[in-house]
Design a protein around this ligand. Structure first.
Ligand code: TYD
Length: 136
């Protein structure tokens, strides 16, 4: 099984006054956006994530600085270093993720397909793996 997560390039309007990137729903990311949140003021050495979502799809962009995203869909494990504002990482549902190695002043922008719901989280890795195995 190929990984369902993937990097997606975003358009850049290059300009002497500074670059501009835009994200258009459905054209650049494969879901409708219902929520946007961002991680910022992350102390060095912190780890975020440590969960998977049952139904939620997300798209992560390093709009400032850089960080590493470690992914596991139960079959494929892969790490990505996000360090530019002109690409992002698409995470469909049922992908366990941890995020670490945040540079100073980094900002992780997250677009999500639904509102926050604690019931949508797998926060236990073994329970997540069992759910993946049941779906095979
Ligand atoms: P969590 O998703 O675990 O953060 P991360 O994956 O980035 O480490 O959320 C941390 C806390 O914030 C948790 O108590 C739920 C709350 N939260 C909201 O209230 N709304 C949101 O949109 C998000 C993403 C989290």
């Amino acid at each position: 099984m190929k990984p369902k997560f993937r990097l997606i390039d975003l358009p850049v309007i290059h300009d002497q006054r500074g670059n501009l990137t835009f994200i258009e729903q459905s054209r650049h990311i494969p879901f409708d956006i219902e929520r946007v949140y961002y991680l910022y003021d992350v102390p060095g050495g912190s780890e975020r994530g440590g969960h998977a979502h049952k139904t939620l799809h997300q798209f992560l962009v390093a709009v400032a600085g850089s960080f590493d995203v470690h992914l596991d869909d139960g079959v494929n494990q892969q790490s990505f270093h996000l360090n530019r504002s002109n690409f992002g990482l698409y995470l469909p549902n049922m992908v366990w993720r941890t995020i670490d190695n945040f540079s100073s002043c980094s900002v992780c922008l997250v677009m999500a397909s639904g509102y926050y719901s604690e019931a949508d989280y797998h926060r236990n890795y073994e329970a997540f793996r069992a759910a993946v195995d049941r779906s095979k």
